[in-house]
Write a protein that binds this ligand. Structure first.
Ligand SMILES: *Cc1c(COP(=O)(O)O)cnc(C)c1O
Length: 526
């Protein structure tokens, strides 16, 4: 039953394939309900509320009055509720199951955080309120800044960046401002970035006009120290290094790297996306880091992944702290105050490079992150890191004989595999990941980091139970066994049981269809 629906999309999954039972009249499969686009549900005249006819009025819009229909779907309240509930049930989430997406730290979002963020007086504050009416909110921001500085051992912090990548931009702009202040901006045009870096690192450096120079990795998955030293010179502005790195490994030479960077007159930007592995155990400030973003939505459990806005505060060393962007919160004898202008900053003795956002950052995420920190305490946060590393090593040790691990020895918070175990099976990393969807798992990170062929990067996080991780491990063992015993069909056609099968991801990215067009009249469509 693989017809096309009115939008020319496959009308339903072919659920007769691969052990499926039979097709249904509706296209629904028990609790899994087919759902058209909202526009296809359009029922002109339907409305969620009864509005009185407006009193006669004369328009003041002149020629700007809309001529045609606005083009939004007309639906009743129950229809709109069902539509979005049905769609939401098609979305995999951390509340539905294990989400092993390496480098993304998809951990449980404690409900206490949500409760705090919704408190009246926190949920309802507005960034344009007079400062004396939001002293509590400012104190909360100041407290969060304090925790971030304590946990990282760094004296300055900018709270406003709204994602990790935005934090990278903020950190690199502070580095540029420091170089300008030293009169060395023109001469320092190169940024060193290891091969295994997240794509946002070279993108950030390139966006600021720096030349990106890549540092090779050693065979054990770390920065090649000699190659790195050979690249240092008077034209280097900074190194952007992730630690633990994206292979899930601690950069053992990090202090030596920091010393060499500083000796060359450059700055050390650390990508702190993997802070979950070391929070409470290692202070990046002690390692010689000058600037580091912290993804509150990873380490400090605020929702993300299509589920919420990110927040990427950046911590700064003594050398860079004066250049941190506006706005920032200070406390004085009259309470808390936001420094928002260059003039106010001058009086405060700082030289901000500018500002990153219109207001103050993601307040709701600040509340959630601080609730997470305070409910765990410093000992609890240390345990977070220890359990995250323990869980990842349990996955690595349990699977390394069935799959293949590119590097010897234990890992940090994520376990990296390559595709050697699939050699000769006709199954590729992508197929393997798709088969995981049929088993009810979100796939792990695939084909990243690029330094490993066909990479599969698994991050279980500390919030999974042993039972949950055991089932996941058994599932991957079963899939690895199936791949090696020639059950290629289970993979190359997967997923069989999802609402949609294999999509043309390249076409979707290159030629996205972003506008809905009304269907053609029936005869023309035939
Ligand atoms: C997630 C991540 C980033 C980017 O963070 P966003 O919040 O997604 O912008 C950068 N580097 C690494 C290593 C990451 O894992």
């Amino acid at each position: 039953m693989s017809g096309m629906n009115r939008q020319g999309r496959p009308s339903s999954i072919d659920n007769t394939a691969h052990g499926g039972t039979h097709s249904t009249f509706t296209g629904n499969k028990a609790l899994e309900l087919e759902e058209p686009l909202l526009f296809e549900l359009d029922n002109p005249g339907a409305c969620g509320v009864d509005l009185d006819e407006p009193e006669p009025f004369s328009s003041r819009l002149g020629n700007f009055e809309r001529q045609g229909r606005i083009g939004l779907a007309s639906v009743s309240e129950p229809e709109v509720v069902r539509h979005f509930v049905r769609l939401s049930s098609k979305n995999y989430s951390i509340d539905a199951g294990l989400y092993p997406l390496g480098s993304c730290t998809m951990k449980h979002n404690p409900r206490l955080n949500e409760k705090m963020a919704r408190l009246p007086g926190i949920g309802d504050v507005h960034p344009l309120q007079p400062q004396q009416t939001v002293q509590g909110a400012l104190e909360l921001m100041s407290e969060l800044a304090h925790w971030l500085k304590e946990l990282t051992g760094m004296p300055g912090v900018a709270l406003s960046p709204k994602a990790g990548a935005h934090g990278e931009l903020c950190g690199m702009m502070a580095i540029r401002a420091a170089l300008i202040a030293r009169g060395e901006d023109d001469q320092r045009s190169r940024v060193l970035v290891p091969e295994s870096a997240h794509g946002t690192n070279p993108a950030t450096a390139a966006l600021l006009g720096y030349k990106v120079d890549s540092i090779p990795a050693t065979r054990d998955g770390r920065v090649d120290l000699e190659a790195f030293k050979a690249k240092l010179g008077p034209d280097v502005a900074a190194i952007m290094l992730t630690n633990p790195n994206t292979c899930g490994l601690f950069e053992r030479d990090i202090v030596e790297i920091a010393d060499a960077v500083h000796e060359a007159g450059a700055y050390f930007y650390c990508d702190g996306a993997n802070f979950n592995a070391i929070v409470g155990r290692v202070r990046p400030g002690d390692l010689g880091v000058d600037a580091m973003h912290i993804n509150l939505h990873k380490t400090f459990s605020t929702p993300h992944g299509g589920g919420g806005p990110g927040a990427g505060p950046v911590v700064f060393s003594e050398a860079l702290a004066p250049f941190a962007p506006l706005p920032y919160v200070v406390s004085g004898k009259d309470g808390f105050r936001v420094v928002e202008t260059e003039e106010a900053a001058k009086a405060d003795g700082t030289q901000p490079f500018g500002r990153m956002t219109a207001f103050h950052g993601q307040m709701g995420m600040f509340v959630r992150a601080l609730a997470y920190m305070m409910s765990h305490g410093s000992d609890g946060l240390r345990q977070v890191a220890e359990d995250a590393v323990l869980n990842a090593n349990y996955v690595l040790a349990s699977l390394k004989d069935d799959m293949s691990a590119p590097f010897e020895g234990p890992c940090m918070h994520e376990a990296l595999f390559d595709d050697r175990f699939l050699k000769g099976t006709g199954v590729e990393t992508l197929d393997f990941a798709k088969a995981m969807i049929d088993e009810g798992y979100h796939p792990m990170t695939m084909y990243f980091p690029l330094v490993v062929h066909g990479a599969l990067l698994i991050e279980p996080t500390e919030t999974e139970s042993k039972q949950s991780i055991d089932l996941f491990i058994s599932t991957l063992k079963d899939l690895a066994r199936a791949a090696k015993s020639n059950d290629k069909d289970r993979f190359t056609g997967a997923p069989y049981m999802s609402p949609r099968r294999r999509l043309d991801e390249t076409a979707a990215a290159r030629k996205p269809v972003l506008r809905w067009a009304p269907p053609m009249p029936a005869q023309a469509a035939e």
